[in-house]
Design a protein. Structure first.
Length: 317
């Protein structure tokens, strides 16, 4: 089983608004409402790939009830801690005529210390039968930047493989806690290592730098590609997995799908090369649909067959 953890879960609304312009009144041509947050998106991808998953985290108020109801409607097993404050609502506006995406995120709920203790207790219970525990997304107000790091250290001591996908200071201190896998997108990885990436050598350098900070394995995600460093059987492999240009409908959550599909493949015993192809194929399929974490597994399999793998060389100082 895989456990996904979303502290800043949301009710996600995706609106399709042709010819969207700031300062004008518009009528959406379609809308989609679902449970959201990075960990929820990963759980949705895992469910679509028929991989056992439990989504947990924090959810409060009517929005929290909506999050649980939406997950139940998708048959995604969930066990969230109820909190006193209201969970956030997030809105994405997709303009198909201009191929643009505008996003508005609420800050999220204030969280009390006792609610975090309850969540950690729940994680201790769920982790007994978990192969991976995935910590994803931003932290709500009043949650310290080292929350993920401390949770990872605790689960490491229990022999649980932890995955981290966040940004900023929580990412930096979380990597120092030595998670099994860190999965930032390119912008998050650039911020972590302190420089922009312009070529494969930059990405290879970043993979090594993030491992030096503390991560055992690294997966830097892009919309329909990734760069990876994995240590297996005393061997270090650096890889790029990519696919030809896919015309996107909406790219929200593509990185979450990539991570979820990779973990699903590894959970089911597939080798690293196959897992990376499956991950990029699923991410590419997800940009063809509205709504984060959504994709057609058959289309993902078809696209995975066209994913190219390239071995990268380490950068010598």
């Amino acid at each position: 089983m895989i456990v996904t953890v979303t502290l800043n879960a949301a009710v996600d609304r995706t609106l399709t608004v042709p010819n969207f312009q700031l300062g004008h009144r518009h009528r959406a041509s379609s809308s989609l409402t679902s449970a959201g947050g990075k960990g929820v998106n990963v759980a949705r991808a895992l469910k679509r790939l028929e991989t056992p998953v439990v989504a947990t985290g924090l959810a409060g108020g009517r929005a929290g009830d909506r999050i649980r109801d939406e997950l139940a409607a998708e048959a995604i097993l969930n066990d969230f801690v109820r909190i006193a404050d209201e969970s956030r609502t997030s809105t994405a506006v997709v303009d198909p005529t201009g191929a643009t995406l505008s996003e508005i995120y609420e800050w999220g709920p204030a969280v009390r210390a006792g609610e975090l203790v309850t969540l950690l207790d729940k994680l201790h219970y769920l982790s007994r039968v978990a192969t991976f525990v995935v910590f994803s997304g931003s932290l709500p107000r009043d949650v310290e930047d080292d929350f993920y790091a401390e949770a990872i250290r605790d689960l490491n001591r229990r022999g649980v493989q932890c995955v981290l996908d966040c940004e900023g200071e929580p990412l930096r201190v979380g990597v120092e806690a030595e998670p099994w896998l860190v999965s930032p997108n390119q912008r998050e990885a650039e911020s972590l290592v302190g420089q922009e990436f312009s070529d494969e050598e930059d990405f290879s350098m970043a993979l090594d730098a993030i491992v030096d900070i503390g991560a055992r394995n690294v997966l830097i995600t892009q919309e329909t590609s990734c760069f990876a460093l994995f240590r297996e059987e005393r061997q270090v492999r650096r890889l790029r997995a990519s696919i030809g240009r896919v015309e996107p409908v909406a790219s929200v959550g593509a990185g979450d799908v990539l991570l979820g599909a990779f973990l699903a493949a590894r959970y089911n015993g597939r080798p690293l090369d196959d897992a990376l192809r499956a991950a990029v194929g699923a991410a590419a399929a997800s940009v063809l649909e509205l709504g984060p974490g959504r994709f057609d597994p058959r289309e993902a399999g078809r696209l995975a067959a066209g994913v190219e793998l390239e071995e990268l060389q380490p950068v010598r100082a």
